[in-house]
Design a protein around this ligand. Structure first.
Ligand code: XMP
Length: 528
């Protein structure tokens, strides 16, 4: 048997057989996920595969099309990521984007020059002739596109014709319709390319002949079926964290197996203020299902004593979480299945894709190896925006579907250094103020996440006539589309001031407030 290059965790033969599928080849940056999401927004199922995939392996998936993502490297550096050139002879339509288009050009007899004239940001694209399949007549002849490249395609692949140019790139879009090879030097997947989604749709519908069947209704149907198949007449338990992912996972599984599901809410002591009660109240009322409320804060605090390393902390929380489940399944000790709200990006970020392991996500990498449950992961193939739409479709209340993301390990990863009950209380209080003020300012939906972080340092201050030596609180507020990238939110100064003075006046043991102005990358959203 030859070596397999595709992580089986990232591809789903069932979905491939039911939906027209496009494989997005990841050339090592995070562009691939955005492309995959855009493809799905066009109602076509997509999967992410590494660039080491062979042509034969691609054919095994019977994709309707393949898209090469952009990448951070130049095609001219010695270890530039390549692709099996036989892919061009499989007859499967291929669209190269940025690096992907350059690679295709290079591998097919075109030329990519290091002209010394890179392009970054918005550029004017001029469409030539009929614009081909990608830029046909329904597209403006002149349009703005987003560029981010240094090398430049000076000659398209042998046999391809140029469809558009920009001031610096002679072959900004090209096609060889006969061989079904297409390329764009710009990024159609980003919002800064206003007609980008249309261009992708032309590739999907006109070049690949995809049918737009990937809808939330069909996903729900498919997953309800898959969960029934997997669980049979068995019993499943689902941990509710209060977050949207576990809530939607529970609702979906409940739709599939009804009373065979019991929800368990493990109160780790690491939740936000008031959240535990809210979770219990909402799920008992909305689902009318049995819900066990397990108060396990003491066990978590004991386990976390002395742990300062972020990865160790994440693993410890993830592991104990499962143990508490096992221990607390008294009335449901016949449960063999554990429902988890793992998402497709969690799997990719945990090392499934070409991108490095960024953090071991609580619900993936943190699992102990001797886990006693079989996992049911009905959202494993979905992106966050899809999960929200599934949640709405399932009739979950808005406040749950649109709740800000909250990490599995909870406040544990927002307390830098050792986690103690006192620090959690301090952080909960400060965090409640941050969220309350954001809500009052009407910024809840605009802000992706806003929260407080408690670092393991102290600084000197003065309050009244007293010298203080206490902890600072860091406010983190970001805007983002998908958490893959994020920008620090430009919160109004008066809002920041209100948060700051309220935190210092109301939260004991805090004498300073700082605002985190780091975007992602290079930072991450969470501090650990
Ligand atoms: P980072 O910090 O990696 O976070 O930029 C990206 C998004 O993921 C959330 N996050 C988690 N979600 N389990 C989760 O379910 C986790 O272990 C976890 N860690 C981070 C984070 O809040 C942000 O929305």
């Amino acid at each position: 048997m030859s070596e397999k290059h595709v992580n089986p965790d990232l591809v789903n033969p069932e979905l491939e057989s039911q939906f027209d599928t496009v494989l997005v080849v990841d050339f090592g940056a995070q562009y691939a996920q955005l492309i995959a999401r855009r493809v799905r927004e066009a109602h076509v199922y997509s999967e992410i595969v590494p660039h080491t995939i062979t042509a034969a392996e691609i054919v095994e998936h019977s994709p309707a099309g393949v898209i090469f993502s952009g990448g951070p490297k130049s095609v001219h550096v010695p270890n530039a990521p390549l692709i099996d050139p036989e892919v061009y002879d499989t007859g499967v339509p291929v669209l190269g984007i940025c690096y992907g288009a350059q690679l295709m050009s290079l591998q097919r007899g075109g030329e990519v020059a290091n002209t010394g004239r890179g392009e970054y940001g918005k550029t004017d694209l001029a469409v030539l002739g009929d614009g081909g399949v990608l830029l046909r007549s329904d597209q403006p002849r002149f349009q703005s596109v987003w560029m981010s490249h240094f090398d430049s395609i000076t000659k398209p692949p042998e046999g391809a014709r140029v469809l558009a140019t920009t001031p610096d790139v002679p072959a900004a879009a090209f096609e060889d319709h006969g061989r079904k090879l297409y390329g764009v030097q710009f990024h159609p997947e980003v919002a800064h390319t206003p007609y980008g989604q249309e261009i992708l749709k032309h590739f999907l519908y006109d070049a690949c002949g995809c049918r737009p069947t990937w809808t939330m209704t069909s996903i729900i149907e498919e997953q309800v079926h898959a969960v029934r198949e997997q669980v049979g007449s068995g019993r499943a338990i689902c941990g509710l964290s209060g977050g949207v992912d576990s809530a939607v996972a529970a609702a979906l599984v409940h739709k599939a197996i009804g009373p065979q599901l019991t929800c368990v809410f493990v109160d780790t002591g690491l939740m936000r203020s008031g959240e535990g009660e809210q979770v219990v109240e909402t799920f008992r009322r909305n689902f009318g299902i049995e819900l066990l409320h397990v108060r396990a804060a003491d066990r978590f605090f004991d386990r976390l004593e002395g742990i300062v390393d972020p990865e160790e902390k994440r693993k410890a929380i993830g592991e104990l979480f499962i143990r508490v489940f096992e221990d607390s399944s008294g009335g449901i000790d016949d449960a063999r299945f554990l429902v988890q709200g793992t998402l497709y990006p969690d799997v990719i970020e945990s090392g499934g894709g070409a991108a490095d392991t960024i953090k071991s996500h609580h619900n993936v990498g943190g699992l102990p190896e001797d886990i006693e449950f079989e996992l049911v992961e009905p959202l494993r193939w979905l992106f966050k925006d899809e999960v929200r739409r599934v949640g709405e479709e399932l009739g979950l209340p808005e406040e749950i579907v649109w709740r800000q993301p909250f990490p599995g390990p909870g406040l544990g990863v927002r307390i830098i250094g050792e986690v103690t009950p006192e620090k959690v209380a301090t952080l909960q209080h400060a965090d409640a103020i941050v969220r309350e003020e954001i809500k009052k300012a009407g910024l809840e939906r605009e802000i992706w996440q806003a929260f407080a972080v408690l670092p393991d340092i102290r600084s000197v201050g003065v309050m009244g006539d007293e010298r203080t030596y206490a902890h600072p609180i860091i406010i983190r507020a970001v805007t983002s589309e998908d958490a893959m990238t994020a920008d620090w939110a430009r919160l109004p100064y008066d809002l920041l001031e209100r948060m700051s003075s309220r935190i210092i006046n109301e939260v004991a043991g805090v004498n300073r407030v700082a605002y985190d102005i780091t975007s992602k990358p290079p930072g991450t959203i969470e501090w650990e």
